[in-house]
Design a protein around this ligand. Structure first.
Ligand code: FAD
Length: 460
């Protein structure tokens, strides 16, 4: 007799594990199938968490190495890369075990193995068929590459390999100037690698506010990162001792060759649905392979969430959807506000955004006002000698409702949330401008940006 569940979730990443735990909390009989040995998906195992562990360690290293002297201190630092990698692994281990503990606490059955849908309400794992009223697909994404690139995770690496290097490469080429390329490029640059980012577009960080894109490129250049913008990689040859890269101008013409010890391929990620049996339940995908959904529903009794569906490929987006689906299945009204999902680049300074960019508002014909405040005029930033960046608020020209927020600042990833909260409650920019902020804090720059929307920014 096959085991029967209310919900079987395929994939134990942020989408899947949050959905599973919420199902457990709501009293549903739930199982989560995960092919990896550990839970947590891309995010905990080879994504958000290990990258932030290395970003934190290397930020401390760079501060001590380069900036102590400015502040009247001196330190002799050296980096033990294998130890750093080991410490990062400890963090991952602790957090993935934490999910296993939460599964037990919330009565979630963890089925280890590859899950395949074999018909309506049927999931097969390692030759055994489980029956369920609902299936949630949370299989996430995998690294995207170019057809002529062979990733060996040693000299030509994806983000996964870049988190495991045991020594600092002398020269590193990063293909792709998006979030992952800039974060991992920063890790290795801080430790001494000569990092060059090759980006097809004319600016880094596609999709972000243009002012943020230009300013952050300027800041990264000042830190020593090199950029080759508007350049298309045409060949990557890792057969020799070093890696040879050929490129041409994206608009055609001017060819240029590069040589590196390590090449990081960071051109994006693609949805992962290999051998999932989507056809057995009539699930459709877009031409880019994302599962088509309507309010997370992909078919009769089948839902899909997270990176395998369209929208920003972010852990917290997957998590929101996981919770919303669990609540929907339990008969509640699951909800995700897609207008208030923040995005963060965890470099130094951090870059954070929520809501619309100026270009998006222009394109949609929405009348808007801009308020901006430079960190150079923020007293805490001056105390910290960290004055690169700004806070910027976009608000509706007539209603004053906050439509977007963009911040470049140390800790911007934390600062963005007051704008998210404001947007969630449909706050006017004036609401933020009239909210008392502690002094001296970097968050005052956000308030001053909101005050600037109203025409009365005043702090220096
Ligand atoms: P995943 O986390 O990819 O989980 C899917 C899981 O499903 C995987 O564990 C996979 O093994 C499993 N699986 C797949 N198919 C099957 C099957 N058939 N049977 C059983 N199991 C299966 N996002 C952020 O928000 N913040 C960050 O700072 C951040 N940093 C990142 C840094 C890097 C280097 C990378 C690569 C990504 C980063 N991301 C970050 C993105 C984030 O990791 C993803 O958006 C998030 O993990 C998506 O969650 P998910 O649950 O949809 O899928």
């Amino acid at each position: 007799m096959a085991e029967t569940y209310d919900v079987i979730i395929i994939g134990g990443g942020p989408g899947g594990y949050n959905c599973a735990i919420r199902c457990g909390q709501l009293g549903l009989k739930v199982a989560c199938v995960e092919t990896r040995d550990t839970l947590g998906g891309t995010c905990l195992n080879v994504g958000c968490i290990p990258s932030k562990a290395l970003l934190h360690a290397t930020e401390l290293y760079e501060t001590a190495d380069k900036h102590f002297e400015d502040m009247g201190m001196s330190a002799k630092v050296s980096a033990d890369v294998p130890k750093m990698i080991e410490k990062k692994a400890e963090v991952v281990d602790g957090l993935t075990k934490g999910i296993a503990f939460l599964f037990k606490k919330n009565k979630v059955d963890h089925i280890q193995g590859f899950g395949k849908i074999v018909g309506k309400g049927k999931v097969e794992v390692a030759g055994k068929t489980y029956e369920t009223k609902n299936i949630v697909i949370a299989t996430g994404s995998e690294v995207a590459s170019l057809p002529f690139i062979e990733i060996d995770e040693k000299k030509i690496v994806s983000s996964t390999g870049a988190l495991e290097l045991q020594s600092v490469p002398k020269r590193m080429i990063v293909i792709g100037g998006g979030v992952i390329g800039l974060e991992l490029g920063s890790v290795w640059r801080r430790l001494g690698a000569e990092v060059t980012v090759i980006e097809y577009l004319d600016q880094i960080l596609p999709g972000m506010d243009m002012e943020v894109r230009k300013t952050s490129a300027r800041i990264f250049k000042k830190q020593g990162m090199k950029f080759e913008l508007g350049r298309k990689v045409t060949a990557v040859d890792g057969s020799g001792k070093t890696v040879k890269i050929e490129s041409e101008a994206a608009k055609g013409g001017k060819e240029k060759s590069f040589e590196a010890d390590v090449v990081l391929v960071a051109i994006g990620r693609k949805p992962y649905t290999d051998n999932l049996g989507l056809d057995t339940v009539g699930i459709e995908t877009t031409d880019r392979g994302f599962i088509k959904t309507n309010h997370w529903k992909a078919g009769e009794g089948v839902y899909a969430i997270g990176d395998v569906t369209e929208g920003p490929m972010l852990a917290h987006k997957a998590e929101e959807e996981g919770v919303a689906v669990a609540e929907t299945i339990a008969g509640q009204s699951g909800h995700v506000n897609y207008d208030a999902i923040p995005g963060v680049v965890y470099t130094f300074p951090e870059i954070a955004n929520v809501g619309k960019t100026e270009d998006e508002l222009k394109e949609a014909g929405v009348p808007y006002k801009v308020g901006k405040f430079p960190l150079m005029a923020n007293s805490r930033a001056r105390c910290n000698h960290e004055t690169d960046g700004f806070a910027k608020i976009l608000a509706h020209a007539e209603t004053d409702e906050i439509l977007g927020g963009h911040i470049i600042a140390p800790g911007a990833g934390d600062m963005i949330h007051e704008i998210c909260l404001g947007m969630e409650f449909k706050a006017a920019s004036e609401d933020l401008a009239r909210t008392c902020h502690a002094h001296p804090t970097l968050s005052e720059a956000v308030r001053q940006a909101a005050m600037d929307v109203e025409g009365w920014a005043m702090q220096a």
